[in-house]
Ligand binder design. Structure first.
Ligand SMILES: Cc1ncc(C[n+]2csc(CCOP(=O)(O)OP(=O)(O)O)c2C)c(N)n1
Ligand SMILES: [Mg+2]
Length: 588
């Protein structure tokens, strides 16, 4: 056995789920070792796709994501996806070959690259402690929710290594995983994560995070957990119109939050990444922020207490703070003490796990207050709580379909048991607002880095994580063409995916950003591209939609065998920018 093979075997013994990657000579042996040890491998067509697939897979499966890339360009190609994962605190391990000889064409400072984007850099340095180092990488990824680059120097990879017996290895990795607590930084749920340091770059120790996170202490001004809890109990007991906004850090705490909300009469909303968490509750306001319905915005603005649960209450979730009215008290519950003070700062803060804090509060808070919940409001939420209930004038015509009409029709046509993934751009609110999802595992939103082009790979990773659901990828024409390399992957994997392209033949976000100021727009407009033909060329079924009648083609696909993925090439109206984009421009 060589060290590269040992790395794969140890990761498998740690419990790694599916791996994604593009294989070259520098990650050939480690990838094959993963597969031999029972870890499924998905070959992507571009490393950027592989990283995003693994990120989405981790978010939707709850397991660590594994990415395997070649040294140098394999890693640089993956960097945008790695950055998105690092900013989102996705537990991800990137296995990368490493050319340590400076004269090699493949040589770059890979650790510096990882650290620059907020990932943790580690390295395997020899046969002697390969087990410990790989387990440590896994532990930092999962325990600290960090994206870890595990460098595998080429000369080290080929070093002979004593054979690792799978049975004793499992016992050994379990022992190691439970022995030392991870410590690469705070387990944050903030959108950006902590700023890493460059310490320890040249060793095998983690760089970019070890010890860099702030610890809760009196000197940080963060009150003790008990003080915070008591203050939050009082705030909840006296609030007349409390609203809970659940973020990424609350995605596994529906039951605990619903119980506390029931007791305190709170209404329930989420940030975009946690969309679907409260689906089915009569008090569900859906997403807070730019995607909020008029009713949701009205009710959050009228709240006297807003509690952010594992939610930083950033500019997107609060419409640049405008959803939080001047008299409203703000509380936050977060694992990361720093998150209590960022964005909209908390008047009341509790550092802790969302589910545990909610449970503890439910046990302490006096029951009985109706809070914000009234039969009248329940009626309004039922009648006005979804975007499709908001009246609009259908602007379809002239060979183009109104994206609202398109998305409402798709919401009716596509099976409810779905998992929706969204790319970035002007179009992105339509699917986010008009497509219902069954729960928090039905929506995958890789937008922490605001990159376009990640949507299709996101949908692939999400589909692999939740094979029983209909994967839906919603893309703009710009993002679709940028991420096109993975169309073949969709077909090869046999995913029953629906890819919806909102085609305005432009970088619409830029057109609507700069157009009103009279700037030339030639650099952001494009001639028509026959995306349906491109899809058919890859082996997908395809429907071009130029008006509502063309949606019959989608109905035919959903009612048929669904033996091939479907691309819906929707030529959408493009006269004006979307209303949430106006909000976004304020942030640039
Ligand atoms: C990788 C990357 N490049 C450029 C941008 C800037 N950008 C933001 S939205 C956008 C246009 C996206 O076009 P499209 O996918 O067609 O969606 P549309 O805005 O037209 O709805 C661009 C270029 C970005 N966010 N990410
Ligand atoms: Mg476009």
């Amino acid at each position: 056995m060589i060290v590269a093979e040992a790395v794969g075997r140890v990761l498998a013994a740690c419990g790694a789920g599916t791996a994604f990657g593009v294989v070259g000579s520098g990650n050939f042996h480690v990838t094959n070792a993963l597969v031999a040890a029972g870890v499924p491998f998905v070959a992507a067509r571009h490393e950027g796709g592989a990283a995003t697939m693994a990120d989405a897979y981790a978010r939707m499966s709850g397991r660590a994501g594994i990415v395997s890339v070649h040294q140098g360009p394999g890693l640089t190609n993956a960097m945008t996806g790695i950055t998105e994962a690092a900013k989102s605190r996705t537990p991800l391990i990137v296995l990368a070959g490493e050319a340590t000889e400076p004269q090699s064409n493949f040589h770059i400072d890979q650790s510096a690259l990882a650290v620059a984007v907020g990932a943790v850099a580690m390295r395997v340095t020899g046969a002697g402690d390969v087990v410990e180092r790989v387990v440590r990488a896994y532990q930092v990824a999962v325990g600290d929710r960090r994206t870890v680059l595990l460098n595998l120097p080429l000369d080290v990879q080929s070093t002979p290594c004593p054979d690792l017996d799978p049975t004793t290895l499992t016992a050994r990795t379990t022992r190691l995983l439970t022995a030392a607590p991870p410590s690469a930084g705070p387990s944050a749920s903030t959108a950006t994560g902590s700023t890493p340091t460059l310490a320890g770059r040249s060793s095998g120790e983690p760089a970019g995070g070890e010890g860099s996170g702030p610890e809760p202490s009196p000197s940080t001004g963060v009150p003790s957990v008990e003080d915070g809890l008591l203050e939050l109990v009082r705030a909840l007991e006296t609030a007349r119109r409390p609203v809970f906004i659940a973020g990424r850090g609350a995605r596994r705490a529906r039951r605990e939050l619903e119980e506390l909300a029931e007791r305190t009469g709170a209404l329930l909303a989420t940030s975009a990444v946690a969309k679907g968490l409260f689906r089915g509750s009569p008090w569900d306001l859906d997403v807070s922020g730019g995607f909020a319905t008029p009713l949701t915005a009205e009710l959050i603005r009228a709240a006297d207490l807003v509690v952010g649960w594992g939610c930083a209450l950033n500019m997107w979730t609060t419409r640049h703070g405008s959803l939080i009215s001047p008299g409203t008290r703000v509380a936050k519950v977060d694992l990361d003490p720093a998150a209590l003070k960022t964005h909209v700062p908390a008047d009341v803060g509790v550092v802790g796990d969302v589910a545990e804090v909610a449970r503890s509060l439910t046990a302490r808070v006096r029951a009985g207050a109706p809070g914000y919940r009234s039969p009248e409001l329940a009626g309004r939420i039922e009648a006005e709580g979804r975007w499709r209930a908001v009246p609009y004038e259908d602007e379809s015509g002239g060979g183009r379909i109104d994206p609202r009409t398109l998305t409402i029709a798709l919401d009716d046509l596509l099976p409810q048991d779905r998992i929706v993934s969204i790319d970035s751009g002007n179009f992105m609110g339509y699917p986010s607002m008009f497509l219902d999802v069954p729960d928090e595992n039905g929506f995958c939103f890789t937008q922490a880095f605001q990159s376009i082009g990640l949507g299709l790979a996101t949908a692939i990773g999400a589909a692999v994580a939740r094979p029983g659901r209909l994967p839906v990828a919603a893309l703009g024409d710009g993002g679709a063409l940028m991420g096109l390399a993975e169309l073949e992957t969709v077909v090869r994997l046999g995913l029953p995916m629906v890819i919806v392209v909102y085609d305005d033949e432009a970088y619409g976000a830029e057109v609507h950003h700069f157009g009103p100021h009279g700037h030339p727009l030639d650099t952001v407009r494009f001639p028509p591209a026959d995306l349906a033909a491109i899809a058919r060329g890859h082996g997908l079924a395809a429907v071009t939609v130029t008006g509502p009648d063309d949606l019959a083609g989608v109905a035919e696909w959903t009612g048929g065998e669904r033996d091939r993925p479907l691309l819906v090439h929707a030529k959408v109206t493009r006269e004006r920018g979307s209303w949430w984009l106006e909000e976004a421009f304020k942030g640039h």
